[in-house]
Design a protein around this ligand. Structure first.
Ligand code: KG4
Ligand code: ZN
Length: 350
């Protein structure tokens, strides 16, 4: 079994081949990822037109390289998976049109995968995790706590009412004069910082629903930064450490609430799972691992290379869908918005 996975929804172009070994275990045979960060850095964020053009320029070469590395040809594939959204529509179209063309030419099934679902299923690719599990999906555009019950069966237990966690990191970095993307920069600066120096708020702490609100935290950070401006390196480090500690406290509190709600919608979880770019953050990983330990659960987070956007997770989600016969045809739309998890019905939510 070999599935090609194509990812072009944001600022990484990626092509990967994922298959199964003799015992049915997942194998990543190739995972070519090309980041466009350098092309967007000057603008402090992703510019959709630049992203779409950059995807066009490199995607065919990346697919070729992935096939070569996996030692397989297009004709040996069992399916062509592509992230059909959510994301920047120009980029999504580049991947989707490429995948449809390959599917048409090779007569292999097309698998139009939801990018968020692919993040959600990555723990099964890396750790062979069984359903159901509690997922914290945190990236630049999304923040959700989800009960992952099965392929295509996701219940949303909480989400952000304003900024995504990655977005909050990016905005914090920008206002402190650090580079883009902000998450890794803030984490790096925080290492040498004093997390106790600034008493930043912990928005939503203790609330009954597992929702997030992060824009107030960002505003509080700005107020502190302006109060002590001009900022020395030490100040920036302390602000980063204080900010990261506040976000981490909120994440743990919200995840704890979601764990409590979990049994009502999905029974007993096999694990607490983190996915998406923010799951690369060491402080958040350690805090979630401790929370999982308290609850007697395993904690699973992808290796760093699979936290951010990549084709392997798309190929894997495609493989999971193909096994269930969930294939798509050439009418599959590109979607800028595509929610993947629904709120539980009021009766279940209580
Ligand atoms: O999943 P991803 O690669 O792309 C999206 O689908 O958004 O996530 C990118 C986001 C960015 O906001 C980035 O700042 C954040 O993940 N991020 C981090 C870290 N590494 C990446 N946030 C906090 N700490 C990190 N180490
Ligand atoms: Zn992503």
């Amino acid at each position: 079994m070999n599935i090609l996975g194509i990812e072009t929804t944001c600022d990484e172009t990626s092509a990967a081949i994922v298959g199964l070994d003799g015992e049915g275990g997942a194998v990543i045979r190739a995972n070519e990822v090309l980041s466009q960060i350098a092309e967007h850095a000057a603008y402090g964020g992703v510019v959709p037109e630049i992203a779409a053009r950059a995807h066009v320029e490199v995607l065919d070469r990346l697919i070729e390289r992935a096939l070569e590395q996996a030692g397989t040809g297009l004709d040996d594939l069992d399916g062509i998976a592509v992230a059909a959204g959510p994301g920047l529509i120009g980029g999504v179209l580049v991947g989707l049109v490429t995948a449809k063309t390959l599917s048409l030419v090779t007569r292999k099934p097309l698998l139009a995968v939801n990018h968020l679902e692919a993040h959600a299923l990555t723990a099964r690719l890396t750790d062979g995790l069984a359903f159901p599990y509690l997922l914290l999906l945190a990236s630049g555009g999304h923040t959700q706590l989800v009960a992952v019950k099965g392929v295509g069966d996701y219940v949303r237990l909480g989400g952000t009412i304003d900024d995504a966690i990655g977005e909050a990191f990016d905005k914090a970095a920008k206002l402190l004069g650090l580079g883009y993307p902000g998450g890794p920069e803030v984490e790096r600066m925080a290492e040498a910082g004093d997390a106790e120096r600034f008493a930043l708020p912990r928005p939503m702490l203790g609330r009954r629903e597992a929702d997030f609100s992060l824009s107030g935290l960002k505003t509080a950070l700005r107020v502190e930064a302006e109060r002590i401006a001009p900022l020395a390196e030490r100040d920036v480090a302390d602000l980063c450490a204080s900010f990261q500690a506040a976000v981490t406290d909120v994440v743990v509190d919200r995840a704890r609430v979601a764990l409590r709600a979990f049994s009502g919608v999905a029974g007993h979880p096999t694990a607490l799972v983190a996915a998406g770019g923010v799951s690369a953050n060491g402080a958040i990983r350690r805090a979630l691992a401790a929370l999982a330990g308290e609850a007697g659960l395993a904690f699973v987070a992808p290796p760093l290379a699979l936290c951010g956007d990549n084709g392997a997770m798309i190929a894997w989600a495609g493989l999971e869908r193909l096994r269930l016969g969930l294939t798509d045809d050439l009418t599959a739309p590109a979607r800028a918005r595509w929610p993947f998890a629904e709120r539980p019905s009021a009766a279940v939510a209580g």
